[in-house]
Design a protein around this ligand. Structure first.
Ligand code: MLT
Length: 334
């Protein structure tokens, strides 16, 4: 009997050794909310190349663009249950699952690419990584930087808040963004990202806000005419991994994933700087008209900051916490 057990375990060991190269090689599935040519796509491609290089070609990814694997908010649920390996989505679509992430969608908090890099790659970013693992079961392993969300619509040039009257504006299902539009005097329409193009095309809504690069990647120039160059939200779009799937990986693969995510994040910042102006010019060539907000955007800023910020102090860890963040960005405290 002993001999049988010994040969059985030898056979199992041998089988495992033979099978291991195949078992280890894995193509991770990555949901991408936006279309081709956007910052999410670029982050995904870069992450994939970096991961392949760091795992000697064993690990790769397959990107499913344009919300093919479901709406951005739905992909967080799927990843948290281990049904999906990765998702690249806008930070504002993670906030419903992990409210502290809302610090990155507070209107006028992030005022430049530098601010975005400081917050995501410093202490605040690390806390948000920990919080999203705890609250949403997903681990942020990389960040795409997409530029300011500008307002687009199909009806009229918008410069002042009064111009917004009567416009139906789509927003993500994100409380802070809904409250921002309310502070600006209108009631926006929450709508899933995957339904937004059709919503604009069918006239269910007249407008929406997203960065120039996203407007282009989603072909919104086909259904929108006017852009208002507001700067209330600098769009930050993380690459998140199912924490359950991350924990299943051997240590060396985990390290390769984290390093690939870091490298892809650096690439994203460079890519934004290199591409944003070109893409903005293309939108104008395609017929879009850009309007600057009146008086340096002052009324937009005043209303949003005075009415929205106080409502979220508690959810975001208190006023003191926000003051620390403002100080780390070299700005006045509140
Ligand atoms: C949204 O507006 O829902 C998202 O920010 C869009 C995106 O992921 O690009």
């Amino acid at each position: 009997k002993q001999r049988f057990v010994k040969s059985l375990s030898l056979a199992l060991c041998f089988g495992a050794a033979m099978a291991s190269p195949q078992l280890l090689a894995k193509t991770f599935r990555v949901a991408v909310g936006d279309g081709a040519g956007g910052t999410q796509h670029e982050l995904g491609k870069s992450f994939s190349e970096e991961l392949k290089q760091r795992t000697e070609g064993k690990h790769d990814t397959q990107l499913f663009l344009n919300g093919q694997l479901g709406d951005e908010q739905a992909t967080v649920n799927d990843a948290s249950m281990g049904l999906l390996d990765f998702s690249i989505l806008a930070i504002n679509n993670i906030t419903p699952f992990s409210p502290s992430v809302g610090v990155l969608t507070l209107p006028y908090m992030v005022q430049s690419l530098d601010d975005a890099v400081t917050l995501t790659q410093g202490e605040v970013g690390q806390q948000l990584v920990d919080n999203t693992i705890r609250d949403a079961g997903v681990r942020i392993v990389g960040w795409a930087y997409s530029g300011f969300r500008v307002l687009t619509n199909s009806k009229q040039p918008v410069s002042s808040l009064a111009d917004l009257e009567g416009l139906k504006i789509r927003v993500p299902n994100n409380e802070i963004m809904i409250d921002t539009y309310r502070a600006w005097g209108i009631n926006p329409t929450p709508m899933a990202w995957s339904e937004t193009f059709t919503g604009l095309q069918m006239g269910v809504v007249d407008g929406q806000d997203n960065p120039y690069i996203t407007v282009s990647a989603m072909k919104f120039d086909e259904v929108q005419k006017y852009i208002t160059n507001i700067r209330y939200l600098f769009s930050i779009e993380p690459l998140v991994m199912s924490e359950a799937v991350f924990q299943e990986q051997p240590e060396d693969v985990q390290q390769a994933i984290l390093a690939a995510g870091k490298a892809a994040t650096e690439h994203s910042a460079e890519w934004l700087v290199a591409q944003e102006d070109r893409i903005k010019a293309e939108l104008v060539e395609n017929g879009m008209e850009i309007t600057e907000p009146a008086n340096g955007e002052q009324e937009w800023i005043d209303k949003a900051v005075s009415q929205v910020w106080p409502k979220y102090y508690d959810q975001l860890g208190g006023k003191e916490k926000l003051n620390q963040i403002l100080q780390s960005l070299g700005r006045d405290t509140i």
